[in-house]
Design a binder for this molecule. Structure first.
Ligand SMILES: Cc1ncc(C[n+]2csc(CCOP(=O)(O)OP(=O)(O)O)c2C)c(N)n1
Ligand code: SF4
Length: 421
């Protein structure tokens, strides 16, 4: 499917209101003619958040209650009213991150927050949240919630949101969602629903409409005539990309298909910079490239792993689960990447000959990468990979070293000699 949703088989319990919200949100976005890549959906922890893998849009999954803070950051960074930042959050997350919601409403940021208010914490077994109505039974308020919940629509409207609405999560809610999504400024839709797995069981014979009505919460829309923050006060920042030097495409294209590569070694041994040199060399050979680094917070010890995707076409997803190529230059690196290497059913593993070869379905190439010195082992291993596979011209890596100011730090002649032995 090329629409907003990848599938209509969503991962919720039967009858969960989240299913309706996801499907109708997709329909509302499509009605407003947003394409998947125009949309950033930010979710957080909770049942509502497991939607990410079903979406063709950009997705960001944050800590519980933090999706609005993340959405706010994305809104500031994007500064583009043609794109849609859509935040999904539960009533639990809204409680935990209430201040984030209030700030985004106060600044009237150009984004929409969809509050999935099933009146309890669904994913953890049905506990009371700050939005649970008085009298509603949950696993932590067996006799009914003794407190009245926050009225999130009143709160956000008072804070300054352009638009707040409370709707019932039944029937075709597409028009209500589209109305909220079309707002320029902050909009919030609180959708009242009931969780079949906990809410229905703990509140037998109670109907959703009666629960909402008796809670004193109004179904309706709250509006403020106000411009969004971006349009009113946002100052055009210098484009961060303006100072980024463009990589020239001065080597012939050699790569015909996508390659995912993981290189693992030890902190302080130049793993990340070797991966960057490979990435830049690939770019000058016409490739699209992503690079991601992982290392412990104590950056000077332990493993250092870089993930590099190389492709002749634009790359929309930079994650790597099982790589096509693994390169391991030290024991730390092997410990960190062992599971992934064991999961390789094909591809190639380049591993330093001082290390034990793990069980793997990949072709194994053992070589003495560390013979050039620990600090150059990763770079040598990537040059070796380029030479061995022919996927990237190793001369592009040497040229990149030469032009990167690393010439003094890298034993270029020694590397070339070893490579051509
Ligand atoms: C800061 C924090 N507190 C608590 C948790 C544990 N936790 C995980 S899911 C969840 C419940 C989520 O409820 P809600 O946000 O209402 O979403 P729902 O599951 O109902 O869609 C909780 C409390 C957590 N992950 N992070
Ligand atoms: S536990 Fe409740 S909120 Fe979570 S998916 Fe099931 S019905 Fe929905």
């Amino acid at each position: 499917m090329n629409g907003i949703l990848k599938t209509t088989a969503l991962p919720y319990c039967k009858g969960c209101g989240h299913d309706l919200i996801a499907k109708k949100s997709a329909a509302a976005l499509e009605k407003l003619q947003f394409t998947p890549l125009d949309v950033v959906v930010v979710t957080d922890i909770g049942c509502h958040g497991i939607i990410d893998k079903c979406l063709n849009t950009h997705t960001v999954h944050g800590l519980h209650g933090r999706s609005v803070a993340l959405g706010a950051g994305i809104t500031f960074g994007l500064d583009n009213p043609e794109k849609k930042v859509l935040v999904f959050i539960g009533d639990g997350g809204s409680t935990i991150g209430l201040q984030h919601i209030m700030e985004a409403a106060r600044l009237n940021l150009n984004m929409t927050v969809v509050v999935h208010n099933n009146m309890l914490y669904g994913m953890t077994g049905g506990q009371t949240s700050g939005l649970t109505p008085q009298g509603f039974c949950t696993t932590t308020s067996a006799d009914g919630n003794p407190f009245s919940g926050y009225d999130i629509c009143e709160l956000t409207s008072t804070a300054g949101a352009s638009y707040s609405a409370r709707i019932m999560g039944v029937g075709d809610i597409t028009p209500s969602l589209a109305e909220a999504f079309a707002v320029k400024g902050f909009s919030l839709v609180e959708i009242m629903e009931i969780c079949p797995s906990y809410g229905v069981k703990l509140n037998p014979r109670r109907k959703l409409s009666e629960i909402v009505e008796s809670s004193g919460r109004k179904i309706g829309v709250w509006r403020n005539e106000k411009k969004s923050f971006i349009m009113q006060q946002g100052k055009k920042k210098n484009d961060l990309l303006a100072s980024v030097e463009e990589v020239k495409n001065d080597f012939p294209a050699t790569l015909e298909k996508d390659i995912s590569l993981v290189i693992s070694g030890s902190a302080g041994e130049g793993v990340q910079s070797a991966a960057t040199l490979l990435a830049r060399a690939a770019m000058r050979s016409g490739c699209h490239v992503t690079q991601k680094g992982s290392y412990p917070v104590t950056v000077g010890v332990g493993f250092s792993t870089a993930e590099v995707n190389l492709s002749p076409a634009p790359i929309n997803f930079h994650g790597i689960d099982v790589p096509d190529v693994a390169v391991v230059t030290s024991g730390d690196g092997l410990t960190h990447s062992k599971k992934r290497i064991e999961g390789m059913k094909k591809g190639v593993l380049f591993i330093d000959e001082s290390l034990d070869t793990p069980e793997t379905g990949a072709e194994v190439v053992r070589h003495d990468f560390r013979s050039v010195g620990a600090r150059s082992a990763s770079l040598y291993a990537l040059l070796f990979f380029a030479n061995h596979t022919g996927l990237i011209d190793y001369e592009a890596i040497f040229r990149t070293i030469q032009e990167s100011g690393l010439k003094e730090k890298v034993p270029v002649e020694k590397l070339r000699e070893k490579l051509l032995q």
